[in-house]
Design a protein around this ligand. Structure first.
Ligand code: 5AD
Ligand code: SF4
Length: 482
């Protein structure tokens, strides 16, 4: 999962038009919704579902909370500092609310689920608290608030997948989009709050996933990322609409179905779990050129003893075996990871084991974290958070340093070669440059070139790199492609 912070904005006119004729009694023409998302990609995808539900009620979205009628903050509980950021932001919204008492402030997502009605007691400015499985209730909850009450719905569901809701693409580039394929998590990693905030794992109907991917492709999108907390345990059982027969679809089969929509549509997915990723998935990636050679396979720790305390249900050896399988079946596959420094009782030797597994895998990229105890988790109940903050910090900086070196090493392998990229638009730093990612998810920046536009696949010769970016120039002829 990636910690991002983003505010929403645009939605297309078409959907807005459609919204105005739906469910007329609840239409609030012209009311403005501002939605801000924190945490993982799943939260960003959920905000697009929330926006879709409210646009169907006649809302418009705005990128400026000062002109909004409703401000939603879609929250993350994964680490304490993520929650702190949300609280700081809420106090800024509080200033606005004092200026405009009619402003409705809502807290959505994982913090809403974790804190429930406590949120309404602790943060007086909050009017509505809604958990990740209750977004369909938002119109009713807003009506309650308008009639002068605080409103809350934090019920978790075993079925809700929002399969029939077509997300409004917020803040998008029109080229790449997320598709949720499942919700919740049954894994119970001992450090993790997600099973408590997002509930039980459930897979979404493959027909609705395919329809969403096809629709995106028809509208000019060129890349979809299939999202789940643990995509490898995707499993759907039900009746096939065409053949009216009982079918079962696993993740490898779903990947293949989406890949067959068009060779021009790239497929990515996240997150994979080392205990569940099968050779069938790896062979499916190898078989289809448009399934990107990139796997996010969080290791968390390189020590088997720590992994057991984390309840990850695999050992160091098992993880290494999965890495070897990836290298054998998809030789040029990029691999990234999540790593936690300073989990309960972690010794110096065990920390060294994390560094040594990083040496073995040579990750292309890693998200690195200092262990943060989360109330209610298995680890909080069973173990003492006994690694001093300064030790966690030092171990984390050693992990970070190693990752910077390996990221640079990985990117250097592309220098002097030509890579195929999907152009996403102008680069963040300069509108004279374009950017896009290659198959292995490396960011490539190159000078804007006549005839090249966002959404095109182009070949770029990599001239040099930093530890985060490849820098190159577009090539017209067709040299050896890696
Ligand atoms: N402390 C630190 N990192 C955590 N993660 C999840 N829970 C915690 C925690 N309590 C990290 C894991 C996970 C990623 C999304 O966040 O590495 O894979
Ligand atoms: Fe949390 Fe583990 Fe589930 Fe990931 S797999 S969401 S770390 S419980």
């Amino acid at each position: 999962m990636i910690d991002l912070q983003l505010t929403d904005k645009k939605h297309d006119e078409e959907r807005q038009g459609e919204a105005l004729i739906v469910d007329a009694p609840l239409v609030r023409n012209g009311r403005k919704l501002y939605i801000e998302s924190y945490g993982c990609q799943m939260n960003f995808a959920d905000s697009e579902i929330v926006a879709s539900i409210l646009l169907d009620q006649g809302f418009e979205t705005t990128g400026d909370y000062k002109e909004a009628d409703v401000v939603f903050i879609n929250t993350c509980s994964i680490r304490e500092n993520a929650e702190q950021r949300v609280r700081n932001r809420l106090s800024q919204f509080g200033v606005e609310k004092r200026r405009n008492p009619k402003l409705i402030v809502g807290v959505l997502g994982c913090m809403a689920e974790r804190l429930k009605s406590k949120f309404l007691e602790e943060e007086k400015l909050v009017d509505v608290v809604v958990g990740p499985d209750a977004y369909r209730e938002l119109p009713q909850l807003l009506s309650e608030v308008e009639s002068g009450h605080k409103a809350i719905n934090v019920l978790l569901s075993r079925e809700e997948t929002y399969a029939d809701i077509s997300p409004v693409r917020l803040n998008g580039n029109g080229i790449t989009a997320f598709i949720s394929i499942m919700r919740g998590c049954d894994n119970m990693c001992s450090f993790c709050v997600v099973p408590f905030t997002r509930g039980r794992e459930r897979s979404r109907d493959p027909h609705s996933i395919m329809a969403e991917a096809q629709d995106l492709f028809d509208r000019g999108y060129k890349e979809v990322t299939l999202l789940g907390q643990n995509v490898d345990s995707y499993k759907w059982k039900g009746t096939d609409v065409e053949e009216s027969a009982e079918i079962e679809v696993n993740f490898a089969q779903l990947l293949e179905k989406v890949a067959l929509i068009s060779p021009e549509l790239r497929i990515r997915f996240s997150t994979s779990h080392p205990k569940d990723i099968t050779d069938e998935v790896l062979y499916t990636i190898a078989k289809h050129d448009n399934i990107c050679n990139y796997i996010h396979l969080p290791v968390q720790s390189g020590s088997s003893r720590v992994l057991e305390l984390m309840n990850r249900t695999y050992t160091r050896e098992w993880y290494i075996n999965r890495i070897d399988a990836i290298r054998n079946i998809i030789p040029d596959c990029a691999i990234s990871s999540d790593i936690i420094a300073g989990f309960c009782t972690e010794t110096e030797e065990e920390h060294q084991e994390t560094l040594s597994i990083m040496d073995y895998v040579k990750y292309d990229f890693a998200f690195t974290f200092s262990y943060s105890e989360r109330p209610g988790t298995l680890a909080a109940r069973k173990f003492e958070d006994d690694i001093p903050e300064e030790v966690k910090k030092r171990r984390l900086s050693e992990i970070l340093l190693k990752q910077q070196e390996t990221s640079l090493y990985r990117l250097q392998q592309f220098v002097g070669k030509t890579v195929r990229i999907l152009v996403e638009g102008t680069s963040k730093k300069s509108d004279k440059d374009f950017c896009g990612r290659n198959d292995q998810n490396a960011m490539v920046v190159f000078p804007a070139t006549e005839g090249v536009t966002a959404g095109q696949y182009v070949n770029v010769h990599v001239d040099r790199c930093t530890s985060a970016t490849l820098l190159g120039t577009v090539v017209v002829e067709e040299p050896e492609i890696v």
